[in-house]
Design a protein around this ligand. Sequence first.
Ligand code: B1M
Length: 211
Amino acid sequence: MGNIPHEIADNLETCNGQILSKVLDSVKGAISQGISPNQILEEGLMEGLNGVGLKFKVGEVFIPEVLAVAKTVHLSMDFLRPLMIGKKVKHREKILLGTVQGDLHDIGKNLVGIMLEAAGFEIIDIGINVPAGKFVEAAKENNIPIAGLSSLLTTTMNEMKTVIEKFKSADLKTKIIVGGAPVTQEFADKIGADAYAVNAGEAVERVKNLL
Ligand code: B1M
């Protein structure tokens, strides 16, 4: 039964038109066999996504295939989300999340949201391609103590600095946590972020420390 996550990863990597129903069936099958949502995520969905990323990099697959894979991962995460969050959630502070302007990647941000929600936080997700001003407006409107910025592109990571500066000039006390594949602790320090997390699990720890 431990092979189902690997089957999911392999199916994602084949990137064919049938992946959506095939992968969703495998995800449901894995759950009914008692495999944990975390194992399905890490060894199946994320593993497959990484494989697709590598193929994309060397030109073996193209944007339409990556989009189909991303949609499949999204729908699978929608299915896993309630199972990961559980029923007895006591909402604490609100956390604002968004992907910075110019960047359309949101799988990692959504995963961070799921993990934070599972830890009892209320998530206000303002989506992708979010201009700096919109982060500030949403933080003001919702009285947000912590805002999380995600960026997956080397060309958009500097936008995080713009957002941080916007918060400073609005004189808000909101703490900022940043993350995303090209982001490092060194970069986070350089742009004046309050915290950096390498993955969703670490994001939960960092957010707890910030509060
Ligand atoms: Co794009 N893409 N993409 N892509 N894409 C990457 C990122 C890339 C590395 C692929 C590659 O070349 N190997 C490359 C970036 C290169 C670079 O900048 N150095 C790339 C490129 C170039 C592009 C385009 C420019 C391609 C083009 O058009 N020529 C284009 C840009 C569009 C845009 O944004 N303006 C593009 C488009 C797309 C799709 C739309 C097709 C699709 C996104 C769909 C979607 O997200 N809804 C897509 C995808 C799926 C990928 C890959 C394959 C997968 C990304 C992903 O979801 N990873 C990616 C290659 C790869 O990463 N292997 C690639 C899984 C996710 C769970 O990981 O997002 O890293 P990640 O999140 C992690 C951590 O980073 C961290 O925690 C998460 C969970 O552990 N984290 C945080 C993330 N945010 C955080 C926030 C935090 C804390 C932690 O605090 C708030």
